[in-house]
Write a protein that binds this ligand. Structure first.
Ligand code: AMP
Length: 114
């Protein structure tokens, strides 16, 4: 599998503003933020996206959402609300093929998304 820019961030080969790290995942600020808060939560395990998720990855993916919730809670975002997004495939706008959850908050987000 081709290595992605996120793998370089995981290996600390390129810098990122890391806001959370644990044994299963890291979270860092998006380089091109689409909202005042825009954090990416990614597994250490190389999984290209939801299409490539194995049944054994279900707890890992759940962990990503738990970390997203905890970051939102720590950032005081619970009351105002936030959006968690996983773009899957080219039509959905996925550009980095390493599974990631976008945590977006800090402005009113429109629906449907573009
Ligand atoms: P997606 O389009 O869902 O695949 O999301 C990929 C996201 O990664 C985009 O929002 C990019 O702005 C972000 N991104 C790409 N390179 C970097 C980087 N070096 N550091 C932080 N975020 C990045």
């Amino acid at each position: 599998m081709a290595s992605t820019v996120f793998n370089k961030i995981l290996r600390k080969e390129i810098p990122a503003e890391i806001v959370h790290e644990d044994e299963l995942c890291i979270a860092f600020c998006d380089i091109n933020p689409q909202a005042p808060t825009h954090v990416l939560i990614i597994p250490r395990k190389e999984i290209q996206g939801i299409n490539a998720m194995a049944d054994e990855d279900v707890p890992l993916v759940g962990h990503l959402f738990r970390v997203a919730r905890d970051l939102a809670r720590a950032g005081g975002l619970e009351d105002g609300g936030y959006r968690l997004v996983i773009n899957t495939g080219a039509d959905a706008g996925q550009t980095v093929f390493h599974l990631h959850v976008h945590l977006l908050a800090g402005r009113t987000l429109t629906w449907p998304p573009g």
